[in-house]
Design a protein around this ligand. Structure first.
Ligand code: 13P
Ligand code: SF4
Length: 311
């Protein structure tokens, strides 16, 4: 079966669109109607007019799409496509943690469950986290969850002292400085670019730190011809398409493994995407109360991002 042809046919028949994250396999990126980072995908989902959104990404992203566009059917090719950051922050534990800091507001990274968003004041993504935090007065007490690497990075560059939840991304947190030093030595002309989910020693070495979209724009506009890329491998496909004359070297997690593919993102395949579109399953189902409560901090994020012209 020609999956590309069949998917295109079903998309038209069912008035569906495919939204894909940059960490999807190249074939899925190539067939998507829109490819983006979590901020871009949230914005696109909120504006989508289609009857069905096929979300080629992970569960929290599809949930966000559903909350922002609750009349639209949202399907995720594999319901098991989770996220170690979202999993690190169960609701009961987080509520107990929050109770220790009663005068703090909560800023949550979008990589959380809908349940965590119901107890959040404002959501952020890696594309707007610094600006969202800085939109609050300097003396505002803040809990930042769940990524301690992103939160620590924001604390360092803004001089704040946000209380951090102890979560990490299992893909970014293991990228090692040892491999980077070796790659830098072998490629002295390369710039190091890193996602802020990487640990502090990696971020300290980076020439540029930003979201997936940020990194993509940076590599396209920088005069450099070679980049050492400290993030998930999926982004390389768009970097190569946008900057065909440039070279991109992926930072391995350690000397023996260059396998920094997100195991959750990579659960989605062309076959599963085809089946999700054909069967309109697995569908993201959320109750009305959760949608109502969890949507507020996401909409607040989108509002601040619009005011600051970040989207
Ligand atoms: P972006 O906000 O850059 O899309 O990152 C999301 C993510 O899950 C990175 O691991
Ligand atoms: Fe979650 Fe990390 Fe995968 Fe992003 S790369 S979806 S943060 S586990």
């Amino acid at each position: 079966m020609d999956l590309v042809k069949e998917i295109e046919k079903l998309k038209k028949q069912k008035d569906a669109i495919i939204l894909a994250h940059y960490y999807q396999v190249p074939e899925i990126q190539d067939i998507a109607d829109y490819i983006g980072d979590s901020l871009g995908l949230a914005q696109k989902a909120s504006e989508a007019k289609a009857k069905i959104i096929v979300f080629a990404g992970v569960h929290f992203m599809a949930e966000t799409a559903k909350m922002l566009n609750f009349q639209t059917k949202v399907v995720l090719p594999d319901l098991e496509a989770g996220c170690s950051l979202a999993d690190s922050c169960p609701l009961d534990d987080f509520i107990a943690f929050k109770e220790k800091y009663p005068d703090h507001i909560v800023i949550s990274y979008i990589n959380t469950t809908a349940a965590i968003k119901t107890v959040t004041d404002v959501v952020c993504t890696s594309g707007n986290a610094v600006q969202i935090v800085e939109s609050f007065p300097k003396d505002q007490k803040i809990i930042f969850a769940p990524d301690k690497n992103l939160g620590g990075y924001i604390n360092r560059i803004t001089g704040r002292n946000m209380v951090l939840w102890d979560g990490t991304c299992e893909v970014h947190d293991i990228l090692s400085t040892e491999s980077i030093f070796q790659m830098k030595e072998e490629n002295p002309d390369a710039e190091l670019i890193a996602h802020p989910e990487c640990n502090a020693p990696v971020l300290e070495l980076a020439d540029y730190i930003g979201s997936t979209t940020g990194m993509l724009k940076y590599t396209a506009s920088s005069p450099s011809k070679k980049f050492i890329v400290a993030t998930e491998t999926g982004i390389i496909h768009q970097m190569q398409l946008q900057s065909p004359g440039k070279e991109f070297l992926v930072v391995p997690s350690d000397k023996t493994c260059s396998c920094n593919d997100c195991p959750y993102m990579k659960l989605n395949t062309m076959e599963k995407l085809y089946l999700a579109l054909k069967n309109e399953q697995p569908e993201i189902i959320l109750d009305e109360k959760t949608i109502e409560m969890a949507r507020k901090p996401i909409e607040r994020m989108l509002e601040i991002s619009r005011e600051l012209k970040l989207i």
